[in-house]
Design a protein around this ligand. Structure first.
Ligand SMILES: [Fe+2]
Length: 366
């Protein structure tokens, strides 16, 4: 009998700390692109599809444990789980494979004096979005999941979502911010210089919005994109988008020729300098992590002080910084031009998100 497990079921099991051996049977190149955190890999793809009964003989599974097999779209993993079942192992195949797992998520949170921040992490791609609550009101930043996810969390915490906003026009996933604004009735805010085709409430550089007993200041931080903005929550945290990560900086090259790439790198340098001169203990909450995210409820964040000592590129001179970034530009994210076009337009009608967004993120220069 074929046994399968849905993304939601596996997500719930991992959220409940159930011990599951996740066995990834994809080829190495697909594994390198993105994966399920803490999974075990065996490149058995060809052997499984060739009907080789010994394809998984090297996999050690202790008695009584549960195995979930995973591949790209859920077909080869079914061959793997069937093979394991024949050996008496309790094995399931992940329905839809990595393409479906792209929408699995988990959370971590931190409480400050006036607010609570919940970090929502898309586990495969490492995309991070946030809901920030304060005295009954909330703000959502860089929404990357179905609007209902944020609305459910807000309701559970007794928050009304007042504002939704993006740090920038994303190129690696379809922003759900506009949809969330429509679903929740929240105001859609963006830095005033943002060039998009839909209506939004413009906020000037250094403009502030209030919610609950907290406030968020918009700090224009161009470089990764021209409209990139950092949101500063009280004196507690900064949401840095793809400008500054915990272990690296954003890339300044997308949708730019060489000349504009250098202009953007210069702007990024200046923006990073502005950020690192904020309070040294303020918490940096980025829009990405470069790895797939574990179900460990550990917040992906760090202080300016720690980031400064780990991310040495920030301390370089401007010319060395430009050379360094130019030399380390990673591969472009899949479909980035289409995705940023959709985000500029504010609608993904007619698109299949699971196809469009498949693949890892390529936002950082480490
Ligand atoms: Fe980005």
């Amino acid at each position: 009998m074929e046994k399968t497990i849905s993304v939601k079921e596996l997500q719930d099991k991992l959220d409940n700390n159930e011990t599951i051996l996740i066995l990834d049977v994809r080829p190495f190149d697909q594994r390198d692109e993105w994966k399920i955190a803490d999974s075990v890999h065996v490149d058995a793809y060809k052997q499984l599809n060739a009907g080789d009964e010994t394809a998984l003989d090297m996999v050690e599974v202790s008695k009584g444990s549960t195995v979930v097999t995973v591949c790209g779209a859920g077909r080869t993993s079914l061959l793997a789980s069937t093979l394991l079942q024949r050996k008496g192992i309790n094995a399931y195949s992940l329905q839809g494979g990595m393409k479906a797992w792209n929408y699995a998520w988990n959370t971590a949170e931190i409480a400050f004096a006036n607010s609570k921040v919940i970090q929502l992490r898309r586990a495969a791609k490492g995309v991070l979005s946030y809901i920030v609550g304060s005295a009954g009101e909330a703000v959502v930043i860089d929404a990357a999941l179905d609007p209902a996810v944020y609305q459910t969390i807000a309701k559970k915490n007794g928050w009304v979502i007042r504002y939704v906003m993006d740090t920038h026009i994303h190129a690696d996933y379809v922003s759900r911010t506009r949809e969330l604004a429509e679903a929740s009735g929240a105001k859609h805010l963006l830095i005033e210089s943002a060039k998009v085709d839909f209506n939004f409430v413009p906020v000037p550089d250094r403009g502030t919005i209030a919610f609950g007993v907290s406030s968020i200041e918009f700090i224009h931080s161009p470089g990764h994109t021209w409209e990139s903005t950092t949101f500063r929550l009280d004196n507690s945290a900064i949401f840095t988008g793809d400008t500054l990560f915990v272990d690296g900086i954003g890339r300044p090259d997308l949708k730019a020729d060489k000349k504009e790439g250098i202009q953007k790198a210069k702007a990024l340098y200046k923006s990073l300098k502005n950020l690192i001169y904020l309070q040294s203990e303020i918490l940096v909450l980025p829009a990405h992590t470069s790895n797939s995210v574990s179900f460990d409820n550990k917040l992906i964040a760090d202080t300016i002080t720690n980031i400064k000592s780990n991310v040495k590129v920030i301390e370089l001179s401007e010319s060395d910084f430009i050379q360094y970034t130019e030399a380390r530009i990673p591969a472009t994210p899949p479909n980035y031009q289409i995705i940023s076009g959709i985000n500029k337009k504010g609608s993904y009608e007619g698109q299949v998100l699971a196809d469009l967004e498949a693949g890892g993120n390529h936002c950082a220069i480490a």
